[in-house]
Design a protein around this ligand. Structure first.
Ligand code: DC
Length: 211
């Protein structure tokens, strides 16, 4: 069983995907962390995340341990991740890793939940259930701002909003595997839903598909 959870920044994908995986005892892969790890390695080495050769070499050299880096959530890494993610050869280099995870979930689990931007459209078009989460950019910025403050980081709402708009434009506007809903995806607008409500709707949909 493969479950795809796609959507823009801060739509609640990670929270939903993690909860689904825990409830179903499936493996979970946050595919954004793969692009973040490539970006973090380039920045740490003083490289240019927009240089296709540098970025492709970093993607090819990526190892599972890189996904554990503690700098993946930095704002500089977030911005650089959406730049490396726009390079087609970087995406190609990272496809097999994601597909292997979905087809042979670690720990011999019976299924996998993957979240990202192109799981339902490109990485696992054969996924059994696909969700596409959306929410207004203001609702997402407010959520991200609150998260940053709670983590003790400095945050200015207007800047968070601007940052999300830039990343949305880059993720949706790129030529290769842009952010978009698969035709057979179940759309969930989380603007006025809390995490429990989104989880309940998603679990009901999965139960319906399994019957
Ligand atoms: O979900 P996130 O914010 O951690 O993702 C970081 C960046 O990686 C984001 O700007 C878009 C990119 N990404 C992607 O292009 N495809 C995916 N499947 C996951 C993330």
């Amino acid at each position: 069983m493969i479950i795809a959870v796609d959507g823009p920044v801060a739509a609640g994908k990670g929270t939903l995907a993690r909860r689904l995986a825990a409830a179903l005892d499936y493996a979970y892969l946050d595919t954004g962390s793969i692009y973040r790890a490539v970006a973090a390695k380039i920045l740490a080495a003083g490289g240019d995340a927009e240089n296709p050769e540098t970025a492709t070499a970093a993607a090819r050299a990526l190892e599972p341990i890189d996904l554990e880096r503690d700098d993946l959530r930095l704002e500089t890494v977030s911005q650089a991740a959406s730049k490396v993610a726009a390079i087609p050869s970087v995406r190609a280099a990272l496809l097999d890793f994601q597909r292997d995870f979905a087809d042979r979930p670690p720990g011999r689990r019976n299924g996998a939940v993957l979240d990202g931007r192109d799981i339902g459209t490109v990485v696992c078009p054969e996924a059994n259930v696909k969700f596409f989460l959306t929410a207004s950019v203001e609702a997402r910025a407010a959520r991200r701002h609150k998260e940053l403050i709670e983590r003790g980081e400095e945050s200015i709402y207007a800047r968070v909003l601007q940052d999300l708009r830039e990343r949305d434009a880059r993720d949706s506007g790129r030529a290769t595997a842009p952010l978009r809903a698969a035709e057979d995806a179940v759309r969930l607008d989380t603007s006025s839903m809390d995490a429990d409500q989104a989880f309940a709707v998603a679990m009901a949909e999965i139960a319906r598909r399994r019957d």
